[in-house]
Write a protein that binds this ligand. Structure first.
Ligand code: ADP
Ligand code: SF4
Length: 688
């Protein structure tokens, strides 16, 4: 039963010609599924509608071949041939009584047109911002007329495809409508450049065109970034951000407001907490009578109620919270608040889109597999009379236990340490990563009230123990250990000088804290490319030590570009006074120095250093697996039927891979037909 204090979240809201059944609004977000995987895309959005999101949007939909974002895999509405693929999505959303929205985009100088080979366009001649040393040409008045027509044509196709809401999108520094508005992009001297009203002209015209073209049956939404967090060089919510809303106040039937660029809009929990956009978007409702939707990684229903009651928002927008829990609204409606699988703000999802593949989610392992493998975030096939012993209570073990008990199997989980959570427990105690504990806590919460789950801590198991238990199915989720011998991407052989006592592996540092380190400068050698090296640098710097950050890469944590945090990570280390030594590899270590070598010139430099922390790669904790393999002859007598390695114990990787491995073990156990479906190109579009 729903708690009456959340009733306000389930009020219908009028959006132009349509009414949304509640205030939950999945704003446009990319998935990496896009036009190349339309069945997967449709199934993903359909699960959101089923889960109670009253409005479900596409990702950005390219309106024309001059807006070709290849190799990115967004939505595409270049011609009528794209309509059937988009129809899959609108049907999936409508089936559950939700409204389907499409975010039309012309990417302007953000679209390199690598596939279409068209010339990129912009208000003024500018380099393309990614995709190669290309330039966009300045468009003339005829081009502008054509561009407006492309928007109209795309909107009509969207209408035919069944969309209820059509977006004019001016955000993320990725759209030509925003580029015309921004004086740093728009250097024109005609009626489309110069004054604010001139720079706004195209945006205003396109909104009017869309209304005229499809406004009778489709609601016209505007997505606009009110703040760019770059001072007067960009849009500020106190200046032109506000002016735009005032100027177009009553033009759309719904305002979708946020921050730009994407790295500001989708900040990770390491750098921003729930509601981080509120100071910038709070004013919007005071200058328009139209409904306003905004985002801020909202997962708490109490916060959502506050936002509505305080007149800040009319609709609770969500991208990441709807990915981590597609059934979040339904859970609030059914009074199952503790079942909400809260987003941890890690941005593994954005890394999927940024690497042009279907996204994964750390919290929700079914994401991207709704169609391909038929995985569902809430439903799972029953499995009765099946007994399992899971060794290790990290994300893989906990998720395997959760999925199996949801199926009805009996599960005993043994964890060696005093606390469950494995690496998540260790890592969530590091600076900025506290929300990652949700990976552990949600799973423990789900397991605690299950009579068929027995969880034991302080229970390190040996091969003898396992054989003596007589539980037929064993999953080894014993994790992995960071190497401390330097082997990794750069050094393929162990470095003999790292056998010294002033070398501390990341696991030791995380377990015992920075106070165990000797006095003096501490060097971190980061060859891992993701977050951990930089977080450990923060940890050590926060303890008052001088820190050297040695990396063979040109920048700190390059993979974190994909999680939209590279810039912030590098800035944070600079702010903390960490000395960054890029393009360097290790060449020697003594009790009080570290020697590095330039990866190109090989010239060496020696730096004062009391201890070194190598962050390179991990090795599976698979001793137990091999102990059990040599005793295979004893299995049958012991009643042992299957032993499976899952998660980091099988192959160390991201936490998202561990939860997925746990889920996969759980959902696939006892199943025989496991071949995933594949989309093939047939008759001009991808199909099942
Ligand atoms: P994953 O990411 O694959 O879940 P983790 O390293 O996070 O891996 O978790 C592995 C967990 O397994 C750790 O909490 C560790 O204490 C536990 N573990 C390792 N070996 C044993 C063992 N022999 N018996 C019980 N627990 C173990
Ligand atoms: Fe949230 Fe991380 Fe899942 Fe993205 S991948 S939705 S940030 S938990």
């Amino acid at each position: 039963m729903r708690d009456p204090r959340f009733d306000i979240l389930f009020e219908p809201v009028q959006i132009g010609p349509h009414t949304t059944r509640n205030r939950f609004y999945q704003v446009p977000h990319c998935t990496g599924m896009g036009y190349r995987h339309p069945n997967a895309e449709a199934a993903h959005r359909g699960v959101k509608a089923e889960g109670g999101w009253g409005v479900v949007c596409t990702q950005e939909a390219e309106i024309h071949p001059t807006s070709d974002l290849s190799p990115a895999n967004e939505a595409r509405i270049w011609s009528d041939a794209d309509i059937p693929a988009l129809r899959l999505m609108t049907d999936a959303v409508h089936e559950h009584g939700s409204l389907a929205a499409i975010q039309l985009v012309h990417g302007g100088s953000h679209a390199p047109n690598l596939y279409s080979r068209e010339t990129a366009i912009a208000p003024s001649a500018m380099p393309i911002d990614w995709g190669g040393p290309l330039q966009a040409r300045a468009i003339d008045l005829t081009d502008i007329k054509n561009l407006r027509q492309w928007y109209v044509d795309a909107a009509k196709r969207a209408q035919t495809a069944g969309f209820d809401i059509v977006y004019a999108y001016a955000g993320h520094d990725m759209t030509i409508l925003q580029h015309f508005l921004l004086s740093r992009h728009n250097h024109r001297t005609d009626q489309y450049g110069g004054s604010f009203e001139n720079r706004l002209r195209l945006f205003r015209e396109v909104v009017a065109d869309l209304k005229e073209a499809v406004g009778d049956t489709c609601a016209i939404a505007i997505r606009f970034a009110v703040e760019e967090l770059m001072g007067s060089d960009g849009i500020e919510h106190t200046a032109e951000g506000r002016d735009v809303i005032e100027a177009l106040a009553e033009e759309p039937v719904v305002w979708d407001v946020n921050l730009s660029d994407w790295t500001n809009d989708s900040q990770t929990s390491r750098f921003a907490k729930e509601g981080f956009q509120e100071p910038y978007t709070a004013f919007v409702k005071s200058v328009t009578t139209k409904p306003v939707v905004g985002v801020g990684r909202y997962t708490s229903p109490d916060t959502m109620v506050r936002l509505i009651k305080s007149g800040h928002l009319d609709l609770i927008g969500a991208a990441r919270p709807s990915i981590a829990d597609p059934h979040l609204p339904r859970k609030i409606e059914e009074g199952r608040i503790n079942d909400i699988r809260e987003c941890i703000g890690c941005n593994i999802c954005t890394a999927g889109d940024n690497t042009n593949v279907p996204m994964r989610c750390t919290q929700n392992p079914t994401v991207g597999e709704e169609w391909r493998r038929g995985w569902h975030p809430e439903r799972i096939k029953p499995l009765a009379n099946s007994q399992h012993l899971i060794i290790g209570g990290g994300p893989a073990g906990l998720e395997a236990a959760r999925a199996l008990t949801q199926r009805g199997a009996d599960v005993t989980l043994s964890e060696a340490r005093e606390t469950l959570g494995g690496r998540v427990t260790l890592e969530s105690s590091l600076p900025g990563l506290a929300e990652w504990a949700r990976v552990r806590d949600w799973r423990i919460g789900q397991l605690n009230d299950k009579p068929n789950a027995q969880l034991y801590t302080q229970s390190p198991l040996t091969a003898d123990d396992i054989l003596s238990y007589g539980i037929p199915n064993v999953a080894l989720a014993t994790g992995a250990t960071w190497r401390s011998d330097g082997v990794g991407r750069t050094h393929k052989r162990p470095l003999p000088y790292l056998e010294a006592s002033n070398v501390f592996g990341p696991d030791t540092l995380m377990a015992n804290g920075p106070n165990q380190l000797p006095q003096g400068p501490i060097a971190i050698f980061d060859d891992d490319t993701f977050y951990l090296g930089s977080v450990l640098a923060e940890l050590v710097a926060n303890s008052g030590r001088e820190v050297l950050f040695i990396t063979p890469n040109p920048i700190v944590a390059p993979y974190s570009d994909n999680t939209l945090e590279q810039d912030r990570i590098q800035c944070r280390l600079i702010d903390l006074g960490v000395k960054i030594l890029p393009l360097q590899t290790l060449a020697g270590l003594t009790t009080d120095t570290v020697t590095t070598a330039c990866i190109y010139a090989r010239n060496e430099t020696t730096h004062p250093c009391a201890a070194l922390i190598p962050v390179t790669m991990r090795l599976p904790n698979d001793d137990l697996w091999y102990d059990l393999q040599v005793r295979k002859a004893d299995w049958a007598d012991a009643g042992l039927e299957t032993i499976t390695r899952i998660g980091d114990c099988y192959n160390p990787g991201l936490i998202a891979l561990a939860t997925q491995a746990g889920y996969r073990y759980g959902v696939e156990f006892g199943e025989t037909d496991l071949t995933p479906k594949r989309e093939v190109f047939k008759g001009g579009t991808f199909t099942a």
